[in-house]
Design a protein around this ligand. Structure first.
Ligand code: NAP
Length: 484
């Protein structure tokens, strides 16, 4: 059994918090993964002050020096994680299967490389020298960035904030989710070892620690990933300080499957992954599926057949292809949506198999489900389930599907499935979402060179790409040009 200790990282040193919390394995609730030391407001204050001191020199260092340091951190991370212990630790604390944990750690490294590559174009100065004079546009660091992240992809979602903030010359205080504190702490300590002390700090804790970070007067920007209700609280907390803010929030992604879709094995595999990957706990998962009535039975049949091959259990076991949900609140929420769908007369297809080696009573296990015969008003359709259950709804014409897909407060991602590229792109242009995929959806279709984020209640601002890097800067210009 792994017995981890999670620590805060302040000014380059490991620090215990005043309280310790036991973190349980969601696939073996009777087993502790380890204990994490939770910070209080005075440790948050220390972390922010140390970040503020370190930022002055870091922010005035050259971009090339910052890129070099970040790449050293990436190399150290690749070395430290290559034996697979980090992936196993991530599986133990998060619940996702081993292969997904390895993928998350690899994706983190790819993201770092991409950010370093994009940094010259995004962060370098624009200089114009002409007969009217000179104008220099710079993108200056904001100062200390508070980053707050959830438990579904703790490593990647932290790196996606920390690395661009650092490259832009900011110092960072990261607050990860307290139920997945270990792998992300290792990753941050490893990257931090390549940086001056205090440039990258970690404080663990729940809402009180997040609030202390959001309201600290020396935090100039907050970058938050999580649910819509918490995003609203974060936005309210930073308003009095007029702090800069990025919000990456929940989604209720619709996939629209048109009558001319090609349903080959590869397409069904992509659709199945986009629904059930990480037990459905992916912000950009397919959460509602609208299928043209002429193809409805075929799509439901193919998805049921694919989902039936899942083996649900402890992600550490080699034959398991779907891990447990991460926590009790999530487990209860998904179950309540399923019970409600049943009460409404929905047809709930329970699929996949239980792993014989896993103790079903000792984890948040749930077999995948495909639900039909529910109407658009069911909570399973209206709200974000974030679990291994998806409603499939028929439609008769494309306009009706588009209207229903857009009839939501969310706007993270969407997808259109069709063999006609022009038709698919025309419909995609009218889907209200920050990113739309054609014949694919979500994490496996992500283009790391593009900026991503939500519209409507799904967020504010963008991460990744040029926009994602510039989100950690204030632009300003100096000029002696007299154009008028
Ligand atoms: P959450 O409850 O909003 O929590 C997110 C983070 O905020 C956690 O670290 C949490 O700590 C902290 N927090 C809670 N209350 C806070 C407060 N008042 N002030 C500051 N921080 C606070 O979200 P979750 O349930 O962990 O994550 C799932 C949600 O995240 C889903 O809606 C999912 O779609 C969304 N998500 C979005 C993206 C994206 O890129 N758009 C990516 C991944 C996930 P505690 O854990 O202790 O509450």
């Amino acid at each position: 059994m792994i017995e981890e200790r999670g620590w805060n990282l302040v000014n380059g040193e490991r620090r215990d918090g005043p309280r310790a919390e036991v973190v349980r394995n969601p696939a073996r609730l009777s087993a502790a993964v380890g204990t994490v030391g939770l910070a209080d407001s005075s440790l948050v204050d220390e972390a922010v002050r140390s970040a503020s001191r370190a930022q002055a020199d870091w922010g005035s260092s050259s971009l090339a020096d910052r890129q070099k340091a970040v790449l050293q951190g990436r190399a150290a991370l690749a070395g430290a994680s290559e034996e697979g212990q980090w992936a196993r630790l991530l599986t133990a604390e998060q619940g996702k299967i081993d292969v997904e944990s390895s993928m998350e750690i690899l994706l983190g490294q790819m993201l770092i490389e991409q950010f370093v590559q994009d940094a010259d174009a995004a962060l370098g100065p624009d200089v114009l020298d002409d007969e009217l004079g000179r104008r220099v546009v710079t993108r200056d660091p904001i100062g200390v960035v508070g980053a707050i992240t959830p438990w579904n992809y703790p490593v990647v979602l932290s790196l996606i904030k920390v690395i661009p903030a650092l490259l832009a010359g900011n110092a960072v205080v990261l607050k990860p989710a307290p139920n997945t504190p270990f792998t992300v702490s290792l990753a941050m300590e490893t990257i931090g070892s390549a940086l001056p002390p205090g440039v990258l700090n970690v404080v663990h804790g729940a809402a009180d620690v997040g609030e202390a970070l959001c309201t600290h007067p020396q935090v100039a920007k907050v970058s938050f990933t999580g649910s819509v209700p918490t995003g609203r609280r974060v936005m309210a907390a930073v308003a009095p300080g007029m702090k800069r803010i990025t919000l990456e929030l929940g989604g209720n992604d619709a996939a629209i499957v048109l009558d001319d879709v090609a349903l080959d094995d590869a397409a069904i595999a992509r659709m199945t992954d986009a629904i059930f990957m990480t037990t459905g706990q992916v912000c950009m998962a397919i959460k509602r599926l609208y299928v043209h009535r002429s193809r409805f039975d075929e799509v439901v049949g193919a998805l049921c057949e694919a989902a039936n091959s899942f083996v649900v259990g402890d992600g550490m076991e080699p034959d398991v292809t779907m891990g447990p949900l991460n926590n009790q609140a999530q487990y209860d929420k998904v179950r309540s949506f399923i019970f409600d769908a049943e009460r409404r007369g929905g047809a709930v297809n329970i699929l996949g198999a239980r792993s014989a080696a896993s103790d079903w009573s000792d984890g948040y296990f749930m077999r995948p489900r495909i639900v039909t015969a529910v109407d658009d008003s069911a909570p399973l359709v209206v709200e974000e389930q974030f679990g291994p259950v998806v409603p499939v709804l028929p439609f008769d014409d494309d306009e009706d599907a588009l209207r229903r897909a857009n009839d939501t407060e969310y706007g993270l991602c969407g997808s259109v499935w069709s063999t006609d590229t022009d038709r698919a792109f025309a419909l995609s242009a009218r889907l209200q979402a920050g990113q739309v995929f054609v014949n694919a959806h979500g994490l496996m279709a992500l283009d790391l060179t593009c900026s991503a984020g939500g519209v409507k209640q799904s967020g504010l601002g963008r991460e990744c790409g040029i926009d994602g890097l510039r989100a950690y800067t204030e632009s300003r210009y100096v000029t002696n040009r007299r154009a008028m």
